[in-house]
Design a protein around this ligand. Structure first.
Ligand SMILES: [Zn+2]
Length: 116
C-alpha cells in the first residue's frame, strides 16, 4: 500500500532516510537512472522502516511527466529506535548539566560587596 503523505516516524524521533541496501548503483545506493534526466530515488527510514520512493524527471521531461513521492509502510527496526532514543536522552541530560554549570558559574562570579 502506498500513499503520498509522509507518515510520522515513531514517537519522539524524526525519519533518518538512507539508501543503504536499496540497490541501485554502487556509488549511489537507492538511485536509479530512468533514462534522460529522469531518476528514481528509493530511501527508507532507519527507525520506522517507511520506504520513500521519489521519481524526478529533471529538465528533459515530457509534457505530463510529474515528479512523484510515495511512501510505503515498512518494518520498524526496534534496536535502531532504542539506540537513537538513548542517544537523544543522553544529549538532553548533557545539555541540562551544561545549563546548570553555567548558572553556577555566574553566581560564583557575582561581584561581592566590599566588607567595611
Ligand atoms: Zn521514520
Amino acid at each position: 500500500m502506498t500513499r503520498e503523505q509522509e507518515p510520522d516516524c515513531v514517537e519522539g524521533l524524526d525519519h533518518a532516510w538512507t539508501g543503504e541496501g536499496e540497490g541501485g548503483c554502487d556509488e549511489n545506493p537507492g538511485v536509479w537512472s530512468l533514462g534522460g534526466t529522469a531518476f528514481k530515488f528509493r530511501r527508507h527510514c532507519r527507525f520506522c522502516g517507511v520506504v520513500r520512493t521519489e521519481i524526478e524527471h529533471g529538465s528533459q521531461r515530457n509534457p505530463g511527466d510529474e515528479d512523484t513521492t510515495t511512501y510505503e509502510v515498512g518494518t520498524a527496526d526496534e534496536e535502531a529506535i532504542a539506540v537513537e532514543r538513548r542517544r537523544l536522552l543522553r544529549n538532553r541530560m548533557a545539555r541540562a548539566r551544561r545549563r546548570r554549570g553555567r548558572a553556577g558559574a555566574s553566581i560564583r562570579a557575582a561581584p561581592s560587596w566590599p566588607r567595611w
